[in-house]
Design a protein around this ligand. Structure first.
Ligand SMILES: Cc1cc2nc3c(=O)[nH]c(=O)nc-3n(C[C@H](O)[C@H](O)[C@H](O)COP(=O)(O)OP(=O)(O)OC[C@H]3O[C@@H](n4cnc5c(N)ncnc54)[C@H](O)[C@@H]3O)c2cc1C
Length: 449
């Protein structure tokens, strides 16, 4: 029986395993150095915040793996020999495969800061990071202040986690405004204000110079690059992005760049070796996407795609229209299609921005300057319906159509306040239109593109 070995039990590896099992009887082994069972990495923060226990982050019961004949193996793979088709574990054990899927995810970036490996300097990625944080920052008596370095999605989550235990947080962000390489400036400044409202000491345009040790090798303080200021702290969260977790491949003949190089079929340069999820790097980016996509749903899609190929139905990875969602403290964020920040947007891309006068609610709609073609939308504090925007992007709708039908897209729960009329009034006054909005129609909502 053909033996499929998957390194990595994250969303990418597990999705691949589940779909290979659905479609075949092959022998499947899933390896992980991190945990025995698959868990939802995106839910780690809620364990620290006391909303759930770690067990609740595991979507499948322990019996699921045996029932589906998915063999689980705990251990760190340190070398792959693609000639003999075998893996070597850190323990020295050898293990053979017929087909290999590399799904080893990411690791937190470290940029060689002095003191970055001190006790108290942590990333926030693996379960072990959470365990360290629990020890280092159980409360604000043990951890008097934490400094977070890097203003992205994981940094703001870590800030929220620490604030949930009333631990003072200083947040160092290199950019002049939070996540302004991704968010347009109206949204980025809304989040700056929201961070400050949560009593987080946000320092924009600020870089870490050094982490200072006490005499026992513990974090004592950080020094700021620009001013030389020393900030006392017990924990430093290093959240300046992630990169593919592939150092162990340097001794193999599998082609790597920043990640494991793959073609559109997720094949590496070596026959029978594939890579998926955060660790995979497309030779050429697909459309506007990045060659490495470190997000949950693309890992899942790649897992589904590779399972088809492994089961003799060779399938290209086609991720469709971009979408994503996240949470900035209390503000939910969704994005569909492309809305670029001022730093990255082209000449042709224009934005319509509406912001609520009092609350942290706003939308930005991107469109083509000449044709008014709808390019994408960001929403903060309003939930929108994914399928609708996917359909409108496929149908290449224009801005007036989007505004006319905006009620179809709203996905807020019943009795939530709706803002479409206010949005439309602003749109009409900016664009000189008199749009008559149509009533929400379930028939339209569920019709296919
Ligand atoms: C705190 C946090 C919040 C996030 N929130 C969001 C979000 O809201 N939305 C979103 O889209 N994405 C989010 N992400 C990103 C998302 O979690 C990742 O994109 C996704 O988990 C990657 O899945 P993966 O299967 O590629 O790899 P991973 O989940 O990283 O799994 C890879 C596994 O392989 C193991 N491994 C690595 N090397 C070896 C080796 N040599 N031997 C054995 N095992 C090995 C690793 O230990 C790990 O268990 C978040 C990430 C973090 C850390």
């Amino acid at each position: 029986m053909e033996h499929i070995v998957i390194i990595g039990n994250g969303i990418a590896g597990i999705t691949a395993a589940r779909h290979i099992r659905k479609n075949s009887d092959k022998k499947i082994t899933i390896i992980s150095a991190e945990t025995e069972y698959f868990f939802s990495r995106t839910a780690l923060m809620y364990v620290y915040m006391g909303h759930m226990k770690f067990e609740h982050t595991q979507p499948y019961e322990a019996f699921f793996w045996k029932k589906n004949r998915l063999e689980l193996k705990k251990g760190f793979v340190k070398h792959i020999d693609t000639v003999s088709k075998s893996l070597e574990f850190a323990s020295g054990e050898q293990f053979s495969y017929d087909k290999l899927i590399i799904a080893t995810g990411s690791k937190p970036n470290k940029f060689g800061w002095p003191g970055q490996d001190l006790n108290g300097a942590i990333g926030m990625y693996h379960k072990q990071d959470l365990e360290k944080l629990e020890k280092l920052a159980p409360n604000n008596t043990v951890c008097k202040r934490a400094v977070i370095v890097g203003g992205g999605l994981i940094g703001i989550e870590l800030a929220e986690m620490l604030r949930s235990r009333d631990i003072p947080v200083t947040f160092l962000v290199r950019e002049a405004s939070f996540w302004n390489g991704v968010l347009p400036k109206g949204e980025s400044s809304l989040i700056n204000e929201h961070i400050l409202d949560h009593h987080i000491d946000l320092r924009l345009s600020t870089n870490l110079k050094e982490i200072v040790s006490d005499k026992n090798g513990n974090v004592k303080s950080v020094i700021i690059e620009e001013t030389g200021e020393e900030i006392s702290c017990n924990v430093v969260g290093l959240t300046a992005g992630v990169s593919p977790n592939i150092d162990f491949l340097k001794t193999s003949n599998i082609e790597i760049g920043q990640g494991v190089k793959v073609n559109r079929f997720l094949e590496t340069n070596i026959t029978d070796v594939y890579a998926i999820g955060d660790c995979a790097e497309q030779h050429e980016a697909i459309g506007n996407r990045r060659p490495i996509e470190a997000v949950w749903y693309t890992g899942r899609m790649m897992g589904e795609t590779i399972a088809q190929t492994i089961c003799n139905n060779k399938t290209e990875y086609k991720p469709g229209h971009w979408f994503n969602s996240a949470k900035f403290l209390d503000v939910e964020y969704q994005t569909y299609g492309w809305v670029f920040s001022e730093r990255h947007k082209s000449e042709d891309e224009q934005h319509f921005h509406w912001r609520h006068s009092k609350e942290n609610i706003c939308i930005t709609v991107a469109y083509n300057k000449e044709t008014k073609l709808f390019l994408g939308i960001n929403t903060f504090g309003i939930r929108m319906r994914h399928e609708i925007f996917d359909k409108w992007l496929t149908e290449k709708r224009d801005m007036d159509y989007i505004m006319t039908h905006l009620k179809d897209a709203n996905f807020d729960p019943e009795f939530y306040k709706q803002y479409e009329n206010e949005i439309l009034t602003t749109y009409d006054s900016e664009f000189g239109t008199s749009i008559v909005p149509v009533k929400k129609s379930w028939k339209r909502i569920f019709s296919k593109a």
